[in-house]
Design a protein around this ligand. Sequence first.
Ligand code: BJW
Length: 235
Amino acid sequence: MGDMHAVRNIVILTGAGISAESGLKTFRAEDGLWEEHRVEDVCTPQAFARDPDLVQRFYDMRRAAALAAEPNAAHEALATLDAEWPGELLIVTQNIDDLHERAGARRVLHMHGEVLSAWCTGCDMRHRWEGALLGDPPCPACGEASLRPDIVWFGEMPYEMDRIFAALAGADLFVSIGTSGAVYPAAGFVQEAATRGAATLELNLERSLGSRMFDETRLGPASELVPRWVAEVLA
Ligand code: BJW
């Protein structure tokens, strides 16, 4: 990827594809998560208002799957990069699993929330949550049965956008890993980074919707492409 000596600040965007080889389903594959659930039935605040049990059950299942999954070689490689990279680095993940953290990465931002977190809409507290939310357990802080998955649904504002755009503005290199480019604002990050002067690289199994916007695209499984790229960067 060009001259790595000129690169100091890196922003990495990850999507469901990086966790696919850990056994977690992606969204838009033929056997993906949404084959069994229509997105508008589970991933909007309106859906939650209409049928909370359906939505809680969907995320209870995803929470159990995330807890049972293990990080793969791609998560491990990014954790190594995080530990060894002397410049700025931010791993912006759209994923709600904790596989980046369990691999050891620290500079991680969950823009679409975390499945292992419950958010109380009564008192606004967030709690680490490993069990079920179906059945309306009380909030440990205020006692109200007002917990929802701490997830950013369609029409809701993704977390920490100011921090993300500041990182993109200062990036020398933007790398997108395992995301289809179908969901905004994340799908627009490549253009934002490029406009601000960053080199851009896509690592994905198949070309994403915004593939043309990247300087370079490498196609293959994340567990192979990511360790190879990290080795190049740290060489
Ligand atoms: C591999 C691999 C391997 C596979 N190795 N690679 C027009 C109309 C209506 C709405 C909009 C619109 N334009 C924009 C919007 C807004 C909307 C949006 O983008 N809609 C689109 C559908 C058009 N966005 C929002 O609403 C966002 N908020 C927002 O914009 O706020 C501002 C605002 C507020 C109020 C009013 C208006 C604006 C919020 C988006 C929230 C997204 N939430 C979800 C679900 C919650 C999390 C969860 O349940 O997990 O987040 S949607 C879902 O998609 C999830 C993911 O994070 C996200 C991205 O999916 P991802 O990661 O790209 O997965 P896939 O499956 O699509 O792709 C997998 C990729 O991996 C593929 O490319 C494979 O090739 C690859 N792969 N195996 C490497 N082994």
